[in-house]
Ligand binder design. Structure first.
Ligand SMILES: *Cc1c(COP(=O)(O)O)cnc(C)c1O
Length: 337
């Protein structure tokens, strides 16, 4: 697999560490848990979108763009990392934020990712829940073109076949790390949303014949819809790389939507438990919207005996912990006297 065939900029801190989690493994009494630290990709406090943006921003540069447009939910980690990448390249950046949760308190609506978007110099504009965000982006792009700009549109989550290359690369990186330390990875688990992370991983592991099954914990869509989204994007990504898309069969795409709760970005009790447990057993910060729900799913699957003792399970930490501060009242904390 020769990813240098595709334009890429290098601004992520790679490879990210692959670390054992002995205390939480012992506490849960199931498989050996490891964590792949994509919260440590470096750009504006890190996260999984940085890997995708290395390929997306390179494409933007190749096409002569001077302005970047993307969209996400109010506390979008993707928007924040895109603003930072655009700042590095000296590009103008416009962010459309969808009011998906309906939260308007100060911490959620102005702080954390929203604060950082602005600090990176982006202009932000908000749209109501369930807006057609792609149409909104296209409308803004036309206005900017009329003003003489050359906008480049990045889809929500950076999830298209170009962005997914970032996770094809992550599959390559993880397989090399595992081989170097003779670690046999039996399962690879992570939170899945806009599908680019899982699609890239499945294609990358397939292309290297790694035989590492990927298990996505959905943070929004129901199982069937999420699997169809991931499958479609994985096949398009394979095709884009001249890999036979028929190799990406439906049974290689697994998503579980049991841990979404009431909806995207809405807290669940199991997320609170997962975030608190990882903070207190491993000193690692998850986030309330993605990795917290993903790890909650992993905890529940372990308790249900889904994995065998002695198996090695890698959890991909996709980042997002800055949004913890947007949910200050959700955690049951002791306070102080
Ligand atoms: C975007 C995001 C995800 C989901 O990745 P997708 O490629 O959109 O499926 C997971 N975790 C965090 C912290 C994210 O920001």
């Amino acid at each position: 697999m020769h990813l240098s065939r595709f334009p890429r900029l290098h601004f992520a801190h790679l490879p990210t560490p692959l670390e054992p989690m002995p205390r939480i493994s012992e506490h849960l009494g199931g498989p050996n848990l490891w964590i792949k630290r994509d919260d440590c990709t470096g750009l504006s406090s890190g996260g999984n979108k940085t890997r995708k943006l290395e390929f997306l921003m390179a494409d933007a540069v190749e096409r002569g763009a001077d302005t970047i447009i993307t969209q996400g939910a109010t506390q979008s980690n993707h928007a924040r990392q895109t603003c930072a990448a655009a700042a590095r390249l000296g590009h103008e950046c416009h962010i459309l934020l969808e009011d998906r949760t309906g939260y308007h308190d100060e911490a959620y609506a102005y702080n954390d990712n929203v604060l950082l978007d602005q600090l990176h110099g982006a202009s932000i504009s908000v749209r109501p829940a369930d807006s057609d965000m792609n149409a909104e982006m296209e409308q803004l792009a036309q206005k900017l073109r009329d003003d003489g700009k050359k906008p480049y549109l990045i889809p929500g989550g950076g999830s298209n076949e170009i962005g997914a290359l970032g996770y094809v690369n992550a599959a390559l990186e993880t397989t090399v790390q595992a081989n170097e330390r003779s670690l046999r990875i039996d399962h690879f688990v992570h939170a899945t949303g806009s599908a680019g992370t899982q699609a890239g991983l499945v294609v990358g592991f397939e292309a290297m014949n790694s035989k590492i099954p990927v298990y996505g914990i959905s943070v929004r869509a129901a199982k069937e819809k999420q699997e169809a989204n991931v499958h479609g994007l994985a096949q398009r990504t394979a095709d884009f790389m001249d890999i036979n898309p028929d190799l990406i069969t439906a049974e290689k795409i697994v998503a579980n939507s049991d841990y979404v709760g009431d909806g995207y970005g809405l807290p669940t009790a199991s997320m609170v438990e997962a975030v608190t447990m990882l903070a207190q057993y491993e000193g690692i910060l998850l986030d309330p919207v993605y990795s917290g729900k993903g790890f909650a799913g992993l905890i529940d699957l372990i308790r249900k005996g889904h994995f065998n003792k002695g198996e090695n399970v890698v959890f991909l930490h996709t980042g997002g912990s800055v949004s913890l501060f947007a949910y200050p009242k959700v955690f049951d904390l002791p306070g102080y006297v």
